[in-house]
Design a protein around this ligand. Structure first.
Ligand SMILES: Cc1cc2nc3c(=O)[nH]c(=O)nc-3n(C[C@H](O)[C@H](O)[C@H](O)COP(=O)(O)O)c2cc1C
Ligand code: SF4
Length: 443
């Protein structure tokens, strides 16, 4: 997410300028960030949840095509996510949020609920842990969040009834806006990834076994494929490995990818990790962020790393998944992303059958012109991502994402657009002679 949508989730000048700037560097394709498919207020998250968003999205698609001289294909990632609350102040948790049970009353030795709440609030953590259930303990210490396994709640139980239609209608809007395709978000900490997850223990046929876990994702692909035209691509992004204890492994991901491919996917994009399950404990008043634990590290690796560094950590898993798809007779293109910031590495990945398309996020934020500079023989001018994850810190706070390599540069130049905090420029400046050529094509 770049967190640049207007307050109602529509495309405004900030979103246009961000993608236009990236398109000037003419990547082969841009996948517009995760965009919400439910028509509910979602802050500065881009939305594709109603036909009223089509007009803004069409402008965005046209801007990308114009800035790239028509060289860049345009996809949009469509997403569903469940509610997550901030970590509560313990006093409020005990006074307002905790639903008292007889076990609490018994453990506190009183039937007076006001007393029960007061006594629970006064317990030391080690005793409290004995009295609260695992989910109450998590809600207190990490903030409550909905899970696909909460099937006692009608809205969660009925997700399999509603999501295929929601995704399919969003894809139709993407098609109407002129996109080349959609990427269904089946990765990281979001609803569809939670259905695919080894932690999906639903007992109603939509979880438990691998067949149960893949059932809704397959239904969504079929509904989406059926709703759009033949020339419109329907791909998905899923995890090659959940990278959590007891999570989906590469072996299971191979089985899942094969079923999704058989359901008619046009491309498969592979990410890894990025789960809530092992996220760091948030501060009181803040929400958990799925890129703070070990699985988060695998997803958006940082420069402070192990001996492998933040580079290409998804390569081995992608190679295995792609090879299994080919053995199964499926020839859909596979995209591999994570820690790729050089053409040399990207070419090696393509030549050694890791993937058919190389994806990159942070290197494009660090220098949207990096490919253009290399094409022009100006590779020495590329600003190389330092993997310090300043951009991720902004994403965590839902602030307009910028890169520390350029966001304080030439703030007083004419027409510089600043972030809401007034301290950062919103788009990468143009600096080299090669950049001048890029600048000349600015529509
Ligand atoms: C600021 C920021 C925003 C991101 N937004 C998305 C997103 O909207 N959808 C998605 O699937 N991944 C998102 N990612 C993850 C990236 O797509 C990518 O998987 C990850 O950063 C690793 O690749 P890289 O090393 O090329 O950055 C985001 C990452 C960052 C740093
Ligand atoms: S802020 Fe840091 S990690 Fe993010 S793109 Fe820029 S250099 Fe890379």
């Amino acid at each position: 997410m770049s967190w640049r949508a207007e307050a109602d989730g529509s495309v405004g000048q900030d979103t246009l300028a961000w993608y236009e700037r990236i398109a000037l560097g003419r990547p082969g394709a841009i996948v517009i960030e995760a965009s919400g498919i439910r028509d509910i207020p979602s802050g500065p998250l881009l939305r594709i949840s109603d036909d009223r968003f089509i007009e803004g999205l069409s402008r965005l698609v046209r801007a990308i095509r114009a800035a790239s001289d028509g060289q860049t294909r345009v996809f949009i990632q469509i997403i569903d996510f469940l509610a997550i609350r901030r970590r509560p102040d313990p006093r409020r948790y005990f006074s307002d949020f905790l639903v008292l049970r007889d076990e609490h009353r018994k453990a506190m030795g009183t039937g007076d609920d006001t007393d029960v709440r007061a006594r629970l609030a006064a317990l030391p953590p080690e005793e409290l842990r004995e009295v609260l259930s695992a989910s109450e303990w998590r809600d207190l210490n990490w903030g409550a969040r909905e899970r696909v396994t909460d099937i006692a709640q009608a809205a969660i139980r009925d997700l399999p009834l509603h999501l295929p239609g929601l995704f399919a209608r969003a894809a139709c809007r993407a098609e109407a806006a002129g996109c080349d395709g959609v990427e269904l978000h089946y990765a990281h900490a979001y609803t569809m990834a939670s259905f695919l997850s080894a932690t999906n223990t639903r007992t109603d046929g939509w979880g438990g076994s691998l067949e149960g876990r893949v059932r809704l994702p397959v239904d969504v692909i079929r509904a989406t494929r059926q709703a759009v035209g033949d020339g419109f691509s329907v791909g998905c992004r899923m995890l090659s490995d959940e990278c959590i204890e007891g999570g989906t492994t590469v072996e299971e991901a191979i089985w899942i990818a094969t079923r999704l491919g058989e359901a008619g996917l046009d491309f498969l994009s592979l990410s890894r990790g990025g789960k809530f399950d092992d996220a760091a404990q948030p501060k009181i008043g803040e929400a958990a962020y799925p890129y703070t634990g070990p699985s988060g590290y695998e997803c958006i690796p940082h420069a402070i790393s192990d001996e492998r560094g933040p580079f290409g950590r998804n390569i081995e898993a992608s190679r295995r998944i792609r090879s299994a798809l080919r053995v199964a007779g499926l020839d859909l293109p596979v995209v591999c992303a994570g820690g790729v910031h050089s053409l040399d590495r990207a070419e090696r990945m393509l030549r050694s059958d890791v993937c058919d398309i190389v994806g990159s996020a942070r290197q494009f934020m660090a220098d949207p012109d990096w490919l253009e500079k290399i094409r022009k023989g100006e590779g020495g001018c590329v600003r190389v991502c330092t993997y310090t994850n300043y951009c991720e810190g902004l994403d965590q706070k839902h602030k307009q994402v910028t890169c520390r390599l350029w966001d304080r540069e030439r703030l007083d130049a004419p027409n510089v657009r600043l972030a809401a905090d007034g301290k950062r420029r919103l788009e990468c400046p143009v600096v080299t002679s090669g950049d001048q050529a890029v600048n000349d094509r600015r529509p």
